[in-house]
Design a protein around this ligand. Structure first.
Ligand SMILES: [Zn+2]
Length: 202
């Protein structure tokens, strides 16, 4: 016989799968929701369901966009510089760079990094569509803004080797970022400095 009813165990187990949530926090959240008015749970459940059904990926840069919107606001904006593409690992990185207000080019979201240990190769990432964009003739500079981790560096090097022979200027974010630290944890000033101080890869 279980100590707790199954719905409580199920929610706790589901919450525990979230990044940064351990068993203690998962239990605390579950019991919070159990005590809270039903409206709180309903809003949370509806927001969770809409998260997937009401969003999709931009067919140009693969950032998150509203469902039914093929091209995101950044890609379709006439104010953005089409000649510069900043390549990032995750949609969250776009958000962080946008918050700095210091970048006027476009983005390309890889949706991960190459990782031999996890069996993630170039074909598992949005690299093919990036190469299509690179070869459109409009792009002059590619900023490789993958995280300064082993996988991030390896992915940047791989992309450099693919793109540089095409005659484009390929740069990497300056080393203002803490080594091993993700873009998402860098403050706005650090990100701005890293962007402004980006260096040619060669
Ligand atoms: Zn886009």
């Amino acid at each position: 016989m279980a100590v707790l009813p199954e719905p409580i165990l199920n929610l706790t187990a589901a919450l525990e799968r979230l990044p940064g949530v351990g068993p203690k926090t998962a239990s605390r959240l579950t019991f919070f929701l159990l005590r809270a008015p039903e409206e709180v749970s309903r809003q949370l459940a509806e927001a969770l369901l809409a998260l997937k059904s009401a969003t999709s990926l931009c067919q140009v840069c693969f950032n998150i966009t509203n469902a039914g919107q093929d091209v995101c606001d950044i890609c379709s904006s006439s104010k953005r510089n089409e000649a510069i593409i900043c390549v990032v690992e995750e949609p969250l990185d776009v958000l962080m760079l946008e918050r700095t207000g210091g970048f006027q080019g476009q983005y390309h979201v890889l949706h991960g990094v190459m990782s031999p240990i996890e069996g993630i190769g170039p074909s598992d990432l949005k690299i093919r569509p990036l190469m299509d964009r690179v070869q459109s003739g409009k792009v002059k500079e590619i900023i490789l803004a993958t995280n300064p981790s082993m996988e991030g560096d390896a992915t940047a090097l791989y992309l450099y080797q693919q793109i540089q022979p095409l005659g484009l200027h390929v740069t990497r974010l300056a080393r203002g970022l803490p080594v091993g630290g993700d873009l998402e944890y860098a403050d706005q000033n650090t990100l701005l400095r890293a962007l402004a101080g980006r260096q040619s890869m060669s």
